[in-house]
Design a protein around this ligand. Structure first.
Ligand code: ATP
Length: 343
């Protein structure tokens, strides 16, 4: 995190709703979410599979594929001369192409999806740089490509630049994908589970690398993960999603030390602690995330919640209640008025 003013937003998401048309009808994958990503800061978007994290990332790049679409809400980007609402741009427009890549880049769990197997990694970085007119000729673009490979701490970048993706190990490919994503100097990097497929040592090296590059390049990050430990390592703020809703949001230290939502508490209980003995059983969250076409009434989490209150949680959707500055949770138990009445 750089020393800049954390209140200066790079991205402001307001009331974002994303739907998919399916045979069974319209389902909502993202359900009216609001959050900001500060310039130079890192926000982790956390939740189990199917909670809407990746779709949120796709919305920021205006890349939601049919049968999906952004139904309402706004995503304001403040990285240029004047703010632009990404949801108002056509996905194929010139304006969107200028944002996607050079301003907002994305990395994924599986680097091979980012590469064309028929071209060397160097050629692919050079293509990206030439497409966005970053260099007058390919020779200078190649120099920059080698520089980027060096920046992601790859050994012998002058050799790796001429390698094909399949000639590299998983960890190396991940570094090359980061080099490709960062080659145009984006102001925001969306990282969608980039370390999930890696072993623990490589994961920790890639997280360190991302943190260092973020500081060097003064870049914001939206880090999508199902892993609370990873979120705690990398993020300043955390947004916890469940079935397309934000159920808790706040500074990472606050959310982890004083989680307000039973879902966040359950996620915390399900990760191993250093003090656990080898025989300690982890408390997996009971049941599974329902699909959005089977959205429970009331609170989306009530069907799995250990603190479920019949007649309330299954009837009414809780609002977002603030427990401390900037820390909110969508649970009646976090409502100071409710807590006061129950006491
Ligand atoms: N192509 C699609 N067609 C229909 N529904 C979709 C499609 N893509 C996503 N969805 C819906 O959006 C929901 C959220 O998906 P999303 O990929 O954002 O979840 P996620 O939290 O990122 O989980 P994962 O880590 O498994 O990707 C899914 O449960 C699904 O109902």
């Amino acid at each position: 995190m750089t020393g800049r003013n954390m209140s200066e937003p790079l991205i402001e998401i307001e009331g974002l709703v994303t739907e998919f048309r399916t045979e069974g009808g319209v389902v909502r994958a993202v359900n009216g979410i609001d959050f900001s990503i500060p310039k130079g800061g890192t926000v982790a978007v956390l939740g189990e599979s199917g909670c809407g994290k990746s779709v949120t990332g796709q919305c920021l790049l205006n890349l939601v594929r049919k049968p999906g679409y952004i139904a309402s809400g706004s995503i304001r980007y403040h990285g240029g001369d004047k703010p632009v609402d990404i949801t108002k741009l056509k996905p194929t427009s010139e304006a969107m192409r200028k944002l996607r890549g050079p301003e907002i880049a994305m990395i994924f769990q599986e680097p091979m999806t980012s590469f064309d197997p028929l071209f060397t990694v160097g050629e692919q970085i050079i293509e990206m740089l030439m497409a966005h007119q970053r260099f007058p000729n390919r020779r200078e673009a190649r120099e920059h490509a080698i520089e980027m490979l060096r920046k992601v701490r790859l050994p012998s970048p002058e050799i790796i630049v001429d390698r094909y993706p399949h000639q590299l190990s998983g960890g190396m490919r991940q570094r090359v994908m980061i080099a490709l994503a960062l080659s145009c100097g984006p102001k925001l990097l969306i990282a969608d589970e980039p370390t999930t497929a890696l072993d623990v040592t490589t994961e920790s090296q890639i997280l360190d690398l991302l943190r260092q590059l973020q500081g060097e390049m003064d870049m914001a990050m939206m880090f999508i993960t199902h892993d609370l430990a990873v979120a705690s390592e990398i993020a300043d703020e955390v947004v916890v999603m469940y079935l397309g809703y934000i159920v808790e949001r706040g500074p990472v230290a606050e959310v982890l030390s004083a989680p307000q939502h039973p879902y966040t508490q359950a996620l915390l209980d399900s990760i191993p602690k250093l003090t656990d003995s080898a025989s300690t059983r982890l408390n997996a969250i009971q049941g599974m995330v329902p699909t959005p076409d089977q959205m429970p009434s009331g609170c989306p989490f009530h069907t799995r919640c250990t603190k479920f209150m019949a007649g309330l949680c299954d009837q009414k959707l809780p609002g977002l209640y603030e427990s401390s500055a900037g820390h909110v949770a969508r649970c009646f138990l976090a409502d100071p008025q409710f807590a006061g009445a129950a006491a």
